[in-house]
Write a protein that binds this ligand. Structure first.
Ligand code: 0WK
Ligand code: 0WK
Ligand code: BGC
Length: 865
């Protein structure tokens, strides 16, 4: 018994000494917690650099967008081919995702060798070899007759602008085929596959193995948003917020970023922790100066690092009594599987002896202990470095989500992680130490990254199918130049048609005389009340005009028009309007005032004079009874009488387009057109009296309210109307009327038709649909306007017309692109007209007051004559 204890003491002392000896020799390889935290910070800085547009080109860690925008949601299904190239093994697979709706994946696979002459030979031959293996697999599995989508897992740094394209930035690990760098590996492989005439395969996606691994694990655990490979090479990916990815358009949702952390330190950022062994290994590698981080971590290099250390220690007489074998001098003689074997808990030491003997050495017990510890230090450093970079990614996710505690899952794969007995435990432990506020689950990918690649392909084919459907629908909203020119011509014809006495009554573009015959000339003065009804808001205004240009002061109050009033009785509506006037006069301390009033009434009214307006038909959600066919000025007067509280002189009723033109005309005398693009849409313009056959007289001009909303009610633009327009029309309050309404209702209807519920992808589609609908709206508006300005140019016999359009309406004001597209369309279709668009800051109420002032001035002048 004493002997056993003596032996045990002797052995532990021996062990201790050897460990100390190795610790001293490899002092630089032992990284303290502070150093790891520092590396974590450095890696975070590298991530920011890679994500930012201006620093990405010089960034070592490239942070490559993968165009994988979502993890599997269980709706993926179908049969796919999958290739897994770049890891230690090359595999071809057939993947069946979700049969009969069951969330289940079935895989059949075949490994194929990757001989050096192929992976370090000519690039074209490499892809032809891959295509041949695929062909062989399909033959074996009797798939040649099938058209199948393929997902390619290609485990090298590739720049992507879309899912089905990957431009190789540089080879890593054991690969170095010529002529592939900077080329798209998808088109290279597609070209090679085309040699097999009986093969009909489309590559729908190319993914990095980290991405495939994340997707594979996310299929089982929706928390998985990080993928890590610790194998021949090493790398990680994670789901980043689109708003942080400068290199890709759009801010909505997330996208998976392939960090390519293997290159961390390629710009010298890790020189302080790299050792002489790292430098020696790098010089002897296939890609010196590249993949510095990877060369301190991954399986392809770990064994070699150990060999270089053992060789140096032997040369220093610290091992094997200074003996060296030719095997110990031979590069690659010690592999990661050896390191893993030597670190096995129980049989580690025995394995070490066996391996050293196989290397032609005669190791002592002490040597074995020392060598085993060398392995531990090297693999521990690997796990520590991995943990530091992974911790940096986790803190980033935590910040993106703005959460106190992050709950997440990391999908992992790779031989080193799988076969090394201590590696997973060490990695998990250090990660949890570095990021204590993260609850991290590590999920080993059982079925490799190809299952994930098939998921990405399934999503890609689903998105592709949807894309086709969406394109088909949105194509209906894309108007060609020819179609716009046609709309312009048809609008022009309708304008002319509406001005003709004999056809005026039948015209769908009603061309309503407004009895506004002149723009204000600056002599207007006085206090006026104005009402502004028909847009988004009902406003009551007090407008003070002082003679001499641009001196107008306005006070206004916005009142709501409840739906019940909008669609109640006419009496209720006008009583409500008068109630608002009373509240306003009260609010302004003008109780019992007697003021001239201008009434902006934004609905089609037939006028026989400036102060008469018969409502032709309600639009825009209004449907009050007993109004259509009635004079709205009379109805207002009766309501004021009913209230019997104040006396107002309703001098003018004007359409909001006319009010808008006047408001802008007060600033710019060139403004002879008023345009509304808001809840509804309409346009008015100053027409030569000689062209207005419905009104006596040929001198001067009069403003015509076109009511172009009715354009197409006679079916003249049915060729561009879509079934969505019809559906909206049928669902509207006035079916068959106002067919080219610019409402966004179509967007919602289309979405329902497409059966989309709101995912990130959907929001992108939503945006696209909105874009298509509003673009068409702006173009149609532009075509209509081009028709009017061209008419004005021709009417005046001008080579070139300069004119201003006064504009108002929430759509024009708020929509990000509407005004630009409208202006571009007018420029395109009416190149001989120089059109200035002037946004009406004060609304049409001011215009109505100015018209009232002009009418009062003219009345005054008539009285004096
Ligand atoms: C298995 C995955 C493959 C990946 C490999 C990495 O299916 O995509 O490249 O793991 O590990 P390695 O084989 O390099 O050890
Ligand atoms: C503001 C004008 C008003 C007009 C409205 C149209 O003052 O007369 O009806 O613009 O825009 P909407 O409010 O319908 O978007
Ligand atoms: C490649 C990565 C790959 C990793 C793991 C690295 O050498 O650059 O793209 O993900 O190895 O296979």
């Amino acid at each position: 018994m004493f002997a056993v204890h003596l032996m045990a003491f002797y052995f532990s002392k021996l062990k201790e000494d050897q460990i100390k000896k190795v610790d001293r020799f490899l002092y630089h390889m032992r990284l303290s917690d502070d150093t790891l935290l520092d590396i974590m910070r450095r890696f975070r800085a590298e991530m920011e650099k890679g994500l930012a547009k201006d620093t990405n080109p010089t960034a070592a860690v490239k942070m490559l967008p993968t165009f994988v925008r979502a993890i599997p949601d269980g709706s993926e299904n179908g049969e796919f081919l999958s290739l897994d190239l770049g890891g230690s093994k090359f595999r071809v697979l057939k993947v069946q995702v979700a049969e009969e709706g069951k969330r289940h994946v079935q895989m059949e696979s075949q490994f194929y060798p990757t001989p050096n002459e192929i992976i370090r030979g000519n690039g074209t031959e490499l892809f032809e070899y891959v295509a041949d293996c695929l062909a062989d697999f399909m033959k074996t599995k009797d798939l040649k007759h099938k058209k199948l989508p393929l997902g390619l897992t290609f485990s090298f740094p590739c720049r992507q602008t879309k899912l089905e394209e990957g431009v190789l930035l540089s080879w890593t690990k054991k690969f170095k085929a010529r002529g592939v760098q900077d080329t798209d590996v998808v088109s290279r492989l597609t070209k090679a596959m085309r040699r097999h005439k009986d093969m009909d395969v489309d590559i729908l996606a190319v993914v990095n193995d980290t991405v495939g691994t994340m997707m594979t694990c996310a299929y089982d655990d929706p928390y998985c948003e990080v993928g890590v490979i610790i194998g021949t090479g090493t790398n990680a990916c994670y789901m980043e917020d689109m708003s942080n990815i400068d290199l890709v358009e759009g801010d909505e949702g997330r996208m998976c970023i392939n960090t390519e952390w293997g290159a961390f330190g390629d710009d010298g950022a890790l020189e302080d922790i790299r050792t002489e062994f790292d430098r020696e290994l790098d010089l002897g590698s296939l890609n010196p100066g590249k993949q510095m981080f990877e060369k301190m971590i991954s399986g392809l290099y770990l064994g070699e690092l150990v060999r270089l250390i053992l060789l140096k220690m032997a040369k220093a007489g610290l091992l094997f009594g200074g003996e060296k074998s030719s095997a110990l001098h031979t590069k690659g003689k010690i592999e990661t599987r050896h390191v893993a074997a030597m670190e096995k808990y129980k049989e580690g030491l025995a394995n070490t002896r066996e391996i050293l003997v196989d290397l032609g050495l005669e190791p002592s017990e002490a040597d074995c202990i020392a060598v085993q510890h060398v392995c531990t230090i090297v693999s521990f450093r690997s796990a520590n470095l991995c943990a530091a970079a992974l911790a940096a990614i986790l803190t980033r996710l935590q910040e993106n989500k703005k959460v106190e505690r992050l709950r997440t899952t990391v999908g992992v794969d790779g031989t080193l992680y799988k076969i090394h007995p201590q590696y997973p435990k060490r990695l998990h432990k250090v990660v949890r130490k570095l990021v204590p506020s993260c609850d991290v689950r590590f999920l080993l990918s059982e079925s490799g990254s190809t299952k994930g690649a098939a998921m990405v392909t399934a999503v890609a084919s689903r998105v592709q199918a949807q894309r086709k459907q969406i394109d088909k629908v949105l194509a209906l909203f894309r108007l060609t130049r020819e179609q716009l020119v046609d709309v312009q011509a048809k609008m022009r014809a309708e304008l002319e048609y509406g001005l003709k006495k004999k056809s005026h009554g039948l015209a769908t573009v009603r061309m309503l005389p407004t009895y506004v015959c002149g723009l204000p000339d600056g002599t207007e003065k006085g206090k006026f009340l104005a009402l502004d009804l028909g847009g988004t808001n009902f406003r009551v205004l007090l407008v003070k005009i002082r003679s001499g240009r641009r001196s107008v002061r306005m006070y206004n109050k916005i009142f709501a028009i409840p739906l019940g009033i909008m669609q109640g009785t006419g009496e209720e509506l006008f009583d409500h309007i008068v109630q608002c006037i009373a509240d306003f006069l009260d609010y302004m301390g003008l109780k019992g005032a007697s003021l001239p009033l201008g009434f902006t009434f934004s609905f089609p009214c037939r006028q026989m004079s400036i102060d008469k307006g018969t409502l032709i038909g309600w639009t825009k959600g209004f449907k009050a009874t007993d109004c259509e066919g009635e004079d709205v000025v009379d109805m207002l007067r009766e309501a004021i009488k009913r209230r019997n509280e104040f006396d107002l002189d309703i001098v003018a009723v004007v359409n909001d387009t006319v009010g808008t033109m006047m408001t802008c005309g007060y600033e710019d005398p060139n403004c002879e057109i008023g345009l509304i693009a808001g809840t509804g849409s309409n346009m008015c313009y100053m027409e030569d009296m000689r062209n207005i056959e419905m009104v006596e007289g040929d001198e001067g001009k009069m403003c015509i309210n076109t009511e172009w909303g009715g354009f197409g009610d006679n079916g003249c633009i049915d060729d561009i109307r879509t079934r969505y327009d019809t559906e909206v029309d049928e669902g509207s309050l006035n079916p068959g009327k106002q067919s080219d309404r610019l409402a966004l209702l179509q967007v919602r209807t289309i979405l329902q038709q497409l059966g989309l519920d709101s995912t990130c992808e959907d929001s992108i589609v939503v945006k696209e649909v909105c874009g298509a609908v509003s673009r068409r709206a702006a173009q149609l508006c532009g075509a209509g306007l081009a028709a009017i300005v061209e008419k004005r140019r021709e009417d005046q016999g001008l080579e070139h017309l300069r004119i201003t359009v006064g504009v108002d309406g929430t759509l024009y004001k708020l929509h990000p692109h509407f005004s630009r597209i409208l202006q571009e369309t007018v420029k395109e279709l009416a190149p001989r007209c120089d059109v200035t668009f002037m946004l009406s800051e004060d609304g049409s109420g001011k215009g109505a007051a100015l018209i009232t002032a002009v009418a009062k001035r003219l009345q005054q002048a008539q009285k004096e004559n």
